[in-house]
Design a protein around this ligand. Structure first.
Ligand code: ZN
Length: 444
């Protein structure tokens, strides 16, 4: 039995059923789970004094392309729209291999961890030069991050009227075979699981209707989740109407792509009927506010979604379309965007933090994560509110207005992976050096 005691937190935002906020309280962790929360707790185990700190559930990232940390701020893509941006980056990504996938995933996940993230999904949809999904699973496992990798795919290349070059797409039979392989090898459905695999054709415009349907059937057969990009911008809606004769929501519904085991990235352009469809079917949304700003896609109707009970989580999205990977900045941006669209009372700091924690966990089908309650997983972020960002703040919980954007400590499944602002599990300076060497080689 292993115990850890977090002692004397200034404030704990539990994100439990009644959203309790506890002052001067402790958290007792036992074997990766939260055992008790309250005052005056005792333990024989390791003790951390967290006085002067705010404690929240670890943040949850519901959409990312970790491999893209190797192509941040590429000059030809800096100011392009989505489709032009993709066409600039595809030739660079086609030179990646296993080492690029592993190193870029370590960088992306470590960056997320430093911003308080304890559970991340990833959407890997290209597999050049022998790259495999397990390259990223190994990176998450070394770091100690809870990980939901998805086996993405593209099958319609340029010669078939698609966007990606032909050598970056795969045959659909081979895609389905590899989906079966990675689910059988790496998916752990148990409570407290550190790795769950999902199936994720890249987008409706990069695979066939058949593959969308077959992936949905396979996911239901295996009991895993489904993920893709949907209704990201106006070009996306126009493409759907021209190619499929319907809006993205109808396309998704017809192919089995709605339900509590499905979540879609972006959904910037969902209309009222589609928001209603997502609500009725319990389909989740990965809201990626910085990426939407960066690519000029628009403001996702998050207020309208939440008002009718659509599950919404946050996504950093690929570094190449962000180019940052700080999930706290996403939470702040999510709050600001709803205020730009709907007024200053449209989203509170607490609601934005709720979306970032419990909201994301619900989108990923993880009711065992994203809240600090006895029996839930010990994924915990500790924020030091004695620094300059919080100096003069009247509300330590208002991190998104005045507070640190990176954590002091971070625990995943009760294991400390950030201590005093530094990653404990991997040699981060060495990984950064390796990443920069790989990026220079790609530029050559
Ligand atoms: Zn994306």
């Amino acid at each position: 039995m292993t115990e850890i005691l977090l002692k004397n937190a200034d404030l704990i935002l539990t994100m439990d059923e009644s959203r309790q906020e506890l002052s001067k309280a402790d958290i007792l962790v036992r074997d990766g789970q939260i055992a008790q929360i309250g005052q005056g707790l005792e333990s024989e185990g390791e003790e951390h004094d967290v006085s002067g700190c705010l404690v929240t559930p670890g943040l949850v990232n519901t959409h990312h392309h970790l491999y893209q940390t190797l192509t941040r701020a590429v000059p030809g893509g800096q100011d392009a729209l989505l489709f032009g941006w993709l066409q600039t980056l595809y030739p660079i990504w086609s030179r990646f291999g296993p080492e690029e996938m592993f190193t870029s995933a370590q960088i992306g996940l470590a960056e997320l961890a430093l911003s308080g993230c304890t559970l991340s999904s990833d959407h890997l949809y290209l597999y050049p030069n022998g790259a495999r999904l397990e390259d990223t699973i190994a990176a998450a496992s070394e770091l100690g991050m809870r990980f939901h990798p998805t086996r993405g795919a593209m099958s319609i290349g340029e010669s078939d009227g698609g966007l990606p070059p032909d050598h970056l797409v795969e045959k659909e039979a081979a895609i389905l075979d590899d989906m079966v392989r990675v689910v059988d090898a790496f998916h752990d459905p148990s409570e407290g699981s550190m790795c769950r695999v999902g199936l994720a054709p890249c987008s409706p415009f990069s695979v066939s209707r058949d593959l969308m349907r077959d992936a949905a059937l396979l996911a239901r057969d295996k009991g895993v989740m489904l993920h893709t990009h949907l209704a990201e911008n106006d070009e996306d809606i126009a493409y759907s109407q021209a190619q499929f004769g319907c809006r993205p929501g109808q396309y998704a519904e017809e192919l089995g792509w709605t339900g509590p085991d499905v979540w879609h990235a972006h959904c910037v352009k969902l209309d009222v009927a589609e928001i209603d469809l997502f609500s009725r079917s319990e389909t989740g949304v990965a809201h990626c506010p910085c990426s939407n700003c960066r690519l000029g896609s628009g403001i996702a109707p998050v207020r309208a979604m939440r008002d009718v009970g659509v599950k919404v989580g946050l996504g950093a999205d690929g570094s190449a379309s962000n180019d940052n990977g700080n999930l706290m900045l996403e939470a702040r941006q999510a709050m600001l965007l709803q205020r730009v669209a709907n007024g200053a009372d449209a989203m509170s700091v607490r609601e934005a933090l709720e979306i970032a924690t419990r909201g994301g966990a619900d989108v990923l089908g993880r009711p065992d994560c994203g809240r600090l309650m006895p029996g839930k997983r010990a994924d915990i972020a500790v924020w030091d509110t004695r620094g300059i960002e919080s100096a003069g703040s009247w509300d330590p919980a208002a991190l998104l207005l005045a507070g640190p954007m990176s954590v002091k400590h971070l625990f995943v499944e009760g294991r400390q992976i950030v201590r005093d602002g530094h990653i404990t599990t991997i040699d981060l300076p060495r990984v950064i050096e390796r990443q920069n060497t790989l990026a220079r080689a790609l530029q050559a």
